[in-house]
Design a protein around this ligand. Structure first.
Ligand code: DC
Length: 227
């Protein structure tokens, strides 16, 4: 399929494989947009929190998803900055508790369908890298480039610890490793759009690679399409 601004690039994988960092860097190199789709699930989780909705309540989570409005503004660093109901939520969405609730609310098929449609709208014209869990399988099964990143849970926990410490935040390796494993299990075993590689995705194990090597590998895959 030929799109207005170039290919749709799907980067999927478990939490902490570097999808966001790598996706953003690759997008900058190529002059593409970049959208971290977990942000939409995090925004829904945030709303669920604020309104004291039970994350297990199918109908209430769906109503919350339907009530949210999203607007995306392209930034100089390629990122599509997300405004939820007109507000930029920033770091509030990055809390681990929000990530865990996002993983819970993302088990509801009907709410997923609502957010999936928003992602399709944001990406349909191409020239964009979308990072998530089901981009290559569900959101854009027709994506021109599909990449699936993996890394051992211990490596991912280690990276998260370093990231938190560099931000001056407290970090407990054992707790973080358990949290990563819990989220992996939920994301890969849920009934609605479980995390799994698309059959036509290129799989890259980043356990023994540094950031620049992964960016290089991803850009190489995208350039194969463009060539
Ligand atoms: O990538 P992240 O940590 O911001 O994602 C938060 C949660 O959202 C994740 O645990 C699962 C869910 N998610 C999803 O189900 N599908 C996506 N495309 C992106 C995220």
């Amino acid at each position: 399929m030929s799109r207005l601004n170039g290919p749709v690039v799907a980067i999927d994988g478990t939490a902490g494989t570097g999808k966001s960092t790598v996706g953003r860097a690759a997008a900058q190199r190529l002059g593409y947009g970049f959208l971290s789709t977990g942000g939409l699930y995090r925004a829904l989780a945030y709303k669920v929190f604020q309104e004291h909705i039970n994350p297990a309540d199918d109908a209430a989570v769906l109503a919350a998803a339907q009530s949210l409005t999203f607007r995306f503004e392209r930034q100089p660093d390629a990122t599509l900055k997300m405004f939820v109901d007109g507000e930029y939520l920033g770091d509030k969405l990055n809390l681990d508790e929000v990530g865990q609730t996002a993983s819970k609310v993302s088990t509801h098929a009907a709410a997923r369908a609502v957010l999936t449609e928003k992602m399709r709208q944001a990406g349909k014209d191409g020239g964009i890298i979308l990072e998530g869990r089901d981009i290559g399988t569900v959101v854009f099964p027709d994506a021109e480039v599909k990449i699936y990143l993996t890394a051992a849970p211990e490596v991912r926990a280690d990276r998260r610890v370093k990231q938190l410490l560099s931000q001056g935040a407290p970090a407990d390796y054992t707790h973080i490793l358990a949290s990563i494993k819990e989220r992996d299990l939920r994301d890969t075993t849920r009934v609605a759009s479980p995390l799994k590689p698309a059959p036509d995705a290129v799989q890259i194990d980043t356990s023994d690679m540094n950031r620049d090597e992964v960016v290089e590998a991803v850009v190489k895959e995208i350039n194969k399409y463009a060539a």
